[in-house]
Design a protein around this ligand. Structure first.
Ligand SMILES: Cc1ncc(COP(=O)(O)O)c(C=O)c1O
Length: 421
């Protein structure tokens, strides 16, 4: 059977691949520090699980755009959070925000402006819809954030009447957050150059400080995508959403048509069960706060420990990733034949069991010695229980030992490996 030649370059998603390799190593009795795959470690809040049970017998197809009640809740929640005039009509529910981003790339004309490092799937998705990609490599000096000057330069170097920019804050793989000031400046450039922005805010509810802003507050040609996969630990439920400013109603209609001809509607019980996620239940509020505290403490601890080992990364501000740089060890690694991020990660996994994703899969230059570290290798359920009762006077090292002992062990293994290079 022949498949379309255009798909020849398509590879299995790198994040899923590392998970499979780590699982095989583990099954053969070898040690694995799972810092590669970024799945939320936290359980789905109980109130959502109970609602799912209650609505398990819902069997009819729901409206293509999504259950109205759920859309009303998401509209109110998002309008309050990011100060945009959303109504139920402006919300679309899909089987994960990944699918919705794909549909947006299909529906909106223009090349994709892609600041790198970027999440692994934007590039392949753009490729699938035959969209030109204009990569914008960001620098460590600017915490891997795209600057207004870079955006102007990228638009001036091409001749298109409209562009698409995907901004992702809090960011995967960097774990940083764009400030309100930075977003305002980018919004101004977007307006001048006719850039439509897809603001991927899937980690928006895992911001460590009260500093979370959305570019949608400053620019109406923005589509916000988000979901319950990260903060609510419900990746496998496959429910995401996007919020479209009322001024881009025509896009809402097109998106609905694409949904109707592809996935039809998201699983009915899951849509009902997602409703409490956007209501003000004590359980939801406290589990979000506790998850944030846990991730913030772990992120800070790893960041500091790695700096002590001369491995740099921007300070963690949200989500559960660090984008780390082994540049300090370049010469010594080079002597051992390690010249790329891919070789670095393969050697590290083989010699220590530490699984990281190489910077090259996030569209960085292959020779850059960067990698993504996902700090989710701990028992989220247990961590939430401990977080409720733990002595708040513990040092960060003591806290880490009780909440994430495997991560502490992995850091020691890494330190020994670096010392023995
Ligand atoms: C940056 C980013 N965007 C989007 C997604 C997709 O999330 P979902 O399809 O589960 O809503 C992910 C998941 O890994 C992600 O890391």
């Amino acid at each position: 059977m022949k498949t379309h030649p255009y798909l020849a370059g398509l590879v299995h998603s790198a994040t899923l691949h590392i998970n499979e390799v780590s699982a095989k190593r583990f099954a053969s009795g070898q040690q694995v520090y799972r810092w590669g795959f970024g799945q939320s470690p936290f359980p789905v809040p109980q109130i959502m699980v109970e609602t799912l049970r209650e609505f398990a017998s819902e069997k009819s197809y729901l409206e293509v755009q999504g259950l109205r009640l759920l859309r009303e809740k998401i509209a109110a929640y998002s309008a309050a959070k990011i100060h945009c005039p959303y109504q139920a009509e402006n919300i679309l529910i899909g089987p994960g925000s990944k699918q919705l981003i794909f549909q947006l790339l299909l529906a909106i004309e223009g090349p994709l402006l892609l600041p790198t490092p970027s999440w692994v799937s934007y590039g392949p998705q753009a490729h699938l819809v035959h969209k030109p990609i204009i990569k914008i490599p960001t620098s460590a000096e600017h915490d891997y954030k795209v600057t207004p000057g870079q955006l102007v330069h990228a638009c001036n170097s091409q001749l298109f009447s409209q562009y698409i920019l995907i901004l992702n804050s809090p960011n995967n793989p960097v774990g940083n957050i764009y400030s309100a000031n930075e977003l305002q400046k980018l919004a101004k450039v977007a307006e001048v150059h006719n850039i439509i922005i897809i603001s991927d805010e899937i980690y928006g509810d895992l911001s460590f400080e009260e500093n979370y802003h959305s570019i949608a507050s400053f620019y109406d040609q923005t589509i916000v995508t988000s979901g319950i996969s990260k903060w609510a630990g419900a990746g496998g439920w496959r429910l995401g959403y996007c919020c479209l400013n009322p001024s881009i109603e025509s896009l809402t209609k097109i998106m609905n048509k694409i949904s109707s001809e592809t996935f039809t509607s998201v699983s009915a019980p899951v849509q009902f069960a997602a409703v409490p996620a956007f209501e003000k239940h004590d359980q939801i509020i406290s589990s979000k706060k506790q998850s944030i505290n846990i991730l913030h403490t772990i992120g800070n601890h790893i960041h500091k420990s790695l700096l002590d080992m001369h491995i740099k990364s921007p300070k963690p501000q949200g989500g559960f990733y660090l984008f780390i740089d082994f540049e300090y060890y370049r010469r010594i690694l080079f002597k051992q034949g390690i010249e790329t991020s891919k070789m670095l990660c393969a050697t590290l996994l083989e010699q220590t069991g530490i699984a990281l994703l190489p910077g090259s899969v996030f569209f960085r230059d292959p020779s850059e010695l960067t990698a993504r570290l996902a700090y989710v290798d701990f028992d989220g359920q247990q961590a939430l229980k401990l977080e409720r009762t733990i002595d708040k006077n513990l040092t960060s090292a003591e806290y880490m030992l009780s909440i994430a002992p495997k991560i502490v062990e992995g850091l020691e293994v890494l330190k020994t490996w670096l010392n023995n290079l």
